[in-house]
Design a binder for this molecule. Structure first.
Ligand code: NAG
Ligand code: NAG
Ligand code: NAG
Ligand code: NAG
Length: 332
């Protein structure tokens, strides 16, 4: 009995000696390798007529939740390799559909208000609480990263507005801010909403110089930057009171067309997040770094994850050092 007690207390001590964050490793500069949480199990479930795809890798402890919303006409196949890759680094991923995997391929299936990302969070919470679910007690539903691409990025900003306890939002190539958009409001997002989001959680906002989705390139990126500056101010005057935020405009070299997804879709410019080589460089690996920083490392400013995103030119592998961007704006 004594011996058992001592074994139990040793285990307890061991458990308390390391904070939960130590279950996860720090970022590495070239994060193109699969992570240790492998392989993720894919599942497709329909709840209340909404389809949710999910990836849950094996893990001894509950994993943070990443909800990711596709762009207009977006398909799981455009993102699945990168999301699977991110999942192996220690994330439960839930990917909602508006109508269904086949109907969402139509340009007439749209949603911009964040509803489906919020449903995805709700879905994960319900699965996590359901003893009959494979996801029972496997998801850390208090740690949620909200992300999306294009239409899904607009959704991510709007979902974050009504989910202030999220750990971060990663908006990749959202529509242009309202009221005029494109797309015009009410299908837009608003700079003052993003400013409010930025008080509650870190914001990672990406675009590319050769993004021609909403205005001919390079004006889409210029408008995106204008929206960011409208939300977070013209410069970091040292009085920043929000959470960390960054605007990343990748250059046309790193977001150039590589033909990898031809003939189904082009993966340059606006569709740079659809790149799937080397973990989805450069955008999906930035999503990984951000998800790890805020989902695994609690935003630790001493972490490599932090240095890779916000570090100076002398930090190996930092955004500033890599010269992959035309514009980088930080508020930290
Ligand atoms: C990063 O890792 C990939 C795969 O391991 C490799 O092909 C690539 O050359 C590496 N890049 C750098 C800059 O080290
Ligand atoms: C991604 O989807 C494609 C097409 O459905 C499939 O061939 C591939 O195995 C999937 N990859 C992963 C990592 O799920
Ligand atoms: C499904 O509908 C039920 C009943 O309205 C609701 O309690 C539940 O939260 C919904 N679940 C999801 C994932 O939408
Ligand atoms: C980035 O640009 C700077 C200044 O032009 C240069 O010193 C540095 O070597 C470049 N870094 C890379 C990784 O190309």
């Amino acid at each position: 009995m004594n011996r058992l007690l001592s074994v139990v207390s040793t285990i307890l001590l061991a458990a308390f000696a390391f904070p939960a964050a130590s279950a996860f490793s720090d970022c590495v500069p070239n994060d193109t390798e699969l992570g240790p949480f492998n392989p993720p199990t894919f599942s497709s479930t329909v709840v209340n007529s909404t389809t949710f795809y999910s990836l849950l890798p094996p893990s001894p402890t509950p994993l943070p939740l990443l909800v990711f919303m596709h762009g207009s006409t977006g398909q799981w196949d455009f993102y699945n390799e990168s999301l699977s890759f991110i999942s192996t680094h220690g994330f439960a991923v839930v990917f909602p559909f508006v109508k269904s995997p086949s109907k969402d391929k139509s340009p007439f299936t749209t949603n911009t208000d964040g509803t489906y990302l919020l449903k995805a969070i709700q879905y994960a919470k319900e699965q996590n609480a359901d003893p009959n679910s494979d996801m029972y007690k496997k998801i850390d539903v208090e740690t949620v990263i909200i992300a999306g691409h294009s239409m899904g990025a607009t959704c991510s900003i709007n979902a974050a507005t009504s989910y202030p306890s999220a750990s971060a939002v990663v908006a990749m190539h959202p529509g242009i801010c309202g009221p005029f958009g494109p797309p015009p409001c009410p299908s837009c997002w608003r700079s003052d909403d993003l400013a409010g989001v930025g008080l509650n959680m870190p914001v990672i906002f990406t675009t590319a110089t050769n993004d021609g989705a909403f205005w001919p390139a390079p004006y889409t990126a210029k408008h995106e930057l204008g929206c960011y500056l409208k939300a977070f101010g013209e410069d970091d005057d040292g009085e920043w009171e929000g959470e960390d935020s960054v605007f990343v405009q990748f250059n046309d070299e790193v977001c150039g067309e590589d033909g990898e997804r031809e003939p189904v879709v082009k993966d340059g410019g606006h569709n740079c997040p659809m790149k799937n080589m080397e973990g989805g460089k450069p955008e999906m690996t930035l999503l990984l770094k951000a998800a790890k920083l805020y989902g695994h490392m609690e935003g630790d400013k001493e972490s490599k994850c932090y240095g890779l995103i916000y570090g100076e030119e002398d930090v190996e592998g930092s955004l500033l050092q890599l010269n992959q961007t035309d514009v980088l704006e930080f508020r930290v």
